[in-house]
Structure formats: C-alpha cells, structure tokens
Unconditional design. Structure first.
Length: 144
C-alpha cells in the first residue's frame, strides 16, 4: 500500500445513521466530492454505485436489528487517487473475505448476496478491510 497520507489534497467526511433512507445524502456527498476534485460524471456514477453498495451493506448488517449505529464515510483524494473509507462499530465483517461470485452461474444457482462485493471489485481498484479498535474499516480506492 503506497503512503497515501503524504499527498492528501482533499479530505471530507460524512456520518450517517444506519438507515437506508439516508442513502440520498450519501449520493450527494459522493457527487460533491467527485465534482470538487474534478472527476467526470461517468466515473462519479460508478464510484457512487460502489460506495452505496458498501454503505448499504453496513446499514443492513453491521448492527443488530433495531439497534441504531453510525456509518462514517471519509473521502480523501491525492494527486492520482481517491479513496473512501467506510467505518462502523458493528459486528466484525470482512467483505473482502468472501469469494468472488461465480457470474457464470445463472441467478438461481448463485448464493444470496455477494454481488455487492463483486460489483465493488469491478468498480474500484483496491479494497482494503481492517478491524481496528472494535471498528470495521473498509477502504475503497480508485486510481485517477
């Protein structure tokens, strides 16, 4: 992993409750970040998709049903990359540990879920998961 701290030119974060009703705010945040650093619409849409997928996963599964919890999304950009770090205090879950989805199988034969992480892998250049101080820390990075 390259030392990304060195050339952070832009940093902004957003904290949302684990409520999928707040997803439009997330999309707005990602759009704003992309616009600010000059990322074109096509790429911005792809990133939005990947980040929404990751955040909605956290909103749906990180905390026990009915329990309120936060999801923090931090955007950082440097000379040639942008990364979004999604942090929550929910149950340990490493989405990168799941095997790739076998997309050659028909929809019926495929297991439930798993497409999210597959999609994120397609859209982003790297996905990094860490469990840190009782938190899930998922970082999605795209080279620019």
């Amino acid at each position: 992993m390259m030392d990304q701290q060195a050339d952070v030119r832009f940093q902004r974060s957003l904290t949302l409750p684990n409520d999928v009703q707040t997803v439009p705010q997330l999309a707005e945040f990602v759009d704003e970040v992309c616009e600010t650093i000059g990322i074109d619409m096509g790429l911005a849409m792809k990133m939005n998709l990947a980040i929404e997928e990751a955040v909605v996963n956290v909103m749906n599964y990180a905390y026990p049903a009915g329990e309120k919890g936060d999801v923090n999304i931090e955007a950082k950009a440097g000379e040639d990359y942008i990364s979004f770090t999604i942090t929550d205090s929910g149950a340990p879950f490493d989405p990168t540990a799941k095997g790739d989805v076998d997309t050659t199988l028909g929809v019926e034969e495929r297991g439930i879920g798993g497409l999210g992480i597959h999609l994120i892998r397609q859209l982003m250049d790297s996905i990094d998961y860490q469990r840190d101080n009782g938190q899930n820390v998922l970082t999605l990075t795209k080279k620019l």
